[in-house]
Write a protein that binds this ligand. Structure first.
Ligand code: GLA
Length: 682
């Protein structure tokens, strides 16, 4: 992340919005051109990790008065001090932007997804947009790292409060927080962690939501519980410290074994895996959580309401149990509507990322009466075109799909595709102005490991693209303007994309038209958001449009997705049913780089990523499309929003901005609560 950025008034930016993007077109292979200047960004105040929070004890603890009155005094809940763990996680008020908060009010989110249910460890999603960040608690936490000083950068503790490496570096012993409880009062302990590991991650019938696979923590890694609060990983590698990042959202976030085990097929012969996955639907009553808020109500296509978790194990340093906000709502709408509502004030939060809203959102936010603050971050959003490289039966391809995968594996074919893409036009079709930059692929600009000189760009040229297609052995044998397979049929590539957000369809339509001009037939393969993820994970695609990749921002988060480090770590190149994978020569170099990266020094990591970026972009591993900045929009009544929070860094802003410490001053609180003075399940 850039260390030195200046906030400039949003209005100044508007002046340049109407001008066409100043992106140069070139005719010979080169490094990627400079992105257009874009300065309207918030400034980050960098801190050390323990300035944010640390485990400890305090003399006394407090909670909202209504909780004491309605629940503790009536015997429905033990006193707050007894509900907290031995050592709660203490948030430091000195580094909170506005200091100690007060209780009350609601965060009204709007989301475009729909919850499948609460069983994320068996593969269900919760609709995104922060539902999951508010509910999942994971062994470590990385969202707030965007504001941690570079020399102190390391994953923060969370459910794992501390850890140490064995002398030989093969073992990592982690100490779980002691005496913390699920929201129904049942103890959280190593049983919950082992239930996730043994009966989900290592169970081949299950693919947890969040992308964890048996290889995520290293091929051959094992985990055991030493006692109720101690777990120990054993790795084949020496000190693979990068795995600590993978233990954050969303790859190591357990669920309550006491409620779920009785439904799991291993312990319940009457249940199928499908039944288990669906055993905790979104209207399930009182599903226990470790998060700041837990589900209280759900109305399909309308709303999800979460209420404060009375057993939440985090406090501020004055002893106030967090969160400060009593309720969180997720109105079920569309992603573009999230921005429209946040800007209008009927919603409280948006990650501005749907480019069709940029100009209007900027204009409205610049008005003094605007209900919400809008702050841009660096260019950390991007879209890529991914090629399916599976050649050993991943996703059970038919003959045509198999032929397309072999084409994907041909460098000349990929060069044809990338050269045939007019990225300036693609960017313009999303939004005009200084936002869009040409993105050849790999790391995003404005990020720590990015290196412009090693970012190879194949400039747009229809003629050159046609020449590459010919070099790939593809000819138009029937004179219809489209290249053919050897058997005479037109080559036909299906492009998987989400129809849930306008941006993806805009890009898909653009790509299809551009490919037709070079003589390659590509057909649209639209599916809804959940469907795209499922089909991509299952290998059921030729090409896929992928929105944002956390690993391209930070490298440290989701490192394993940057190359096929095992049979299942790459998003677009996984093994077939027999567990084998045919890694291409250049790909092997990426594998070697990423394997070394995990235990390399800071200096060496920089060098490694220069090579990575060069090999990635030279070989068009994925064809990047466009890069652009996002903005965080939050209603002005909220305090403690960390300055300069990017909408995406190690995590999305819903994690980075630490919602559990946000509050609304008493005099600005509104009457938005749907379930005042209630607690889920009590
Ligand atoms: C979706 C949204 C993002 C963010 C995440 C949070 O992906 O598009 O802006 O809200 O959910 O998980």
């Amino acid at each position: 992340m850039p260390k030195h950025v200046h906030a400039i008034p949003v209005a100044a930016l508007l002046v340049s919005v109407s001008g066409a993007a100043a992106l140069a077109q070139m005719v010979t292979p080169t490094v990627v051109p400079d992105p257009p200047k874009f300065e309207a960004r918030g400034e980050i105040s960098f801190v050390g990790p323990t300035d944010i929070y640390a485990f400890g004890t305090l003399a006394a603890y407090h909670e909202p008065a209504w909780v004491t009155e309605e629940f503790v005094n009536t015997g429905k809940l033990p006193p707050v001090a007894e509900r907290l763990p031995k050592e709660p996680l203490i948030f430091k008020t000195a580094t909170m932007k506005d200091g100690t908060g007060v209780y009350g009010d609601v965060m009204r989110h709007v989301i475009g997804g729909r919850p499948e249910g609460w069983n994320w460890i068996a593969g269900q999603n919760q609709g995104w947009g922060g539902v999951e960040y508010g509910m999942w608690e994971c062994l470590t936490r990385t969202g707030p790292l965007f504001e941690v000083r570079a020399d102190e950068l390391a994953p923060l503790p969370n459910l794992a409060k501390s850890w140490e490496w064995s002398e030989d570096g093969h073992q990592l012993t982690m100490h779980l927080i002691e005496g913390a409880k699920w929201s129904d009062g049942d103890p959280f302990d190593a049983d919950d962690v082992m239930f996730y590991w043994n009966d989900h991650l290592m169970d081949s019938n299950i693919a947890p939501q969040g992308g964890a696979t048996p290889d995520t923590f290293g091929v051959g890694t094992t985990l055991e519980a030493l006692d109720a609060y101690t777990i120990r990983f054993t790795f084949k590698d020496v000190r693979p410290e990068g795995v600590l990042y993978e233990m954050a959202f969303g790859k190591f976030c357990p669920l309550p074994s006491h409620v779920m085990k009785p439904q799991h097929p291993k312990y319940n012969a009457d249940n199928t895996y499908e039944e288990y996955k669906n055993a905790f639907p979104a209207d399930y009553k009182n599903f226990p959580g470790m998060g700041a808020w837990v589900p209280a109500a759900y109305r399909p296509d309308e709303i999800i309401v979460l209420r404060r978790n009375p057993y939440y194990w985090k406090v501020d340093d004055q002893g106030n149990q967090l969160p400060y906000l009593d309720e969180v709502q997720y109105k079920l709408s569309t992603w573009p509507d999230r921005t429209i509502q946040a800007v209008a004030g009927s919603g409280d939060w948006s990650n501005l990322e749907e480019t069709q809203n940029y100009v209007e959102a900027l204009r409205r936010a610049a008005e003094p009466t605007a209900p919400a603050r809008l702050e841009f971050g660096p260019r950390i959003l991007g879209y890529s075109l991914e090629f399916n490289y599976g050649s050993t039966g991943w996703g059970d391809p038919d003959e045509r799909q198999q032929a397309n995968r072999l084409l994907n594996r041909d460098l000349n074919f990929r060069k044809a595709v990338t050269t045939g893409l007019d990225r300036v036009l693609l960017g313009d079709s999303m939004v005009k102005g200084p936002f869009m930059a040409i993105y050849p692929g790999g790391l995003y600009p404005d990020t720590t490991y990015y290196n412009q000189d090693s970012t190879i760009y194949y400039p747009f040229s229809v003629e050159q693209a046609k020449a590459y297609l010919e070099a790939a052995g593809l000819k138009d044998s029937d004179g219809d303007g489209l290249v053919n397979y050897p058997d005479g049929a037109n080559v036909e590539i299906a492009l998987l994309a989400s129809n849930a957000a306008g941006t993806d369809t805009t890009l898909s339509d653009g790509i299809i038209a551009m490919m037709e001009k070079i003589g390659l037939r590509v057909i649209a393969d639209y599916t809804d958001g959940n469907g795209v993820e499922a089909r991509r994970d299952a290998g059921d695609f030729d090409w896929a449009i992928r929105r944002v990749e956390r690993a391209f921002n930070t490298v440290l988060q989701d490192t394993a997705s940057l190359a096929p480090l095992g049979p299942t770590t790459s998003p677009f190149h996984k093994a077939g049913p027999d567990g084998t994978i045919e890694v291409m020569d250049f790909e092997q170099k990426l594998v070697d780089i990423m394997n070394e990266f995990r235990s390399a020094t800071a200096e060496r990591r920089k060098e490694l990523m220069v090579d990575y970026q060069k090999i990635f972009t030279e070989n068009v591993y994925s064809a990047g499309l466009v890069n652009y900045p996002g903005a965080l929009i939050i209603n002005k009544r909220f305090r403690n929003v960390p300055a300069g929070t990017p909408i995406l860094s190690f995590q999305w802003a819903e994690d980075s901005a630490l919602r559990e410490q946000m509050y609304v001053p008493a005099e600005e609180q509104k009457d938005y609560e749907l379930f005042p003075k209630t607690l889920a399940g009590l």
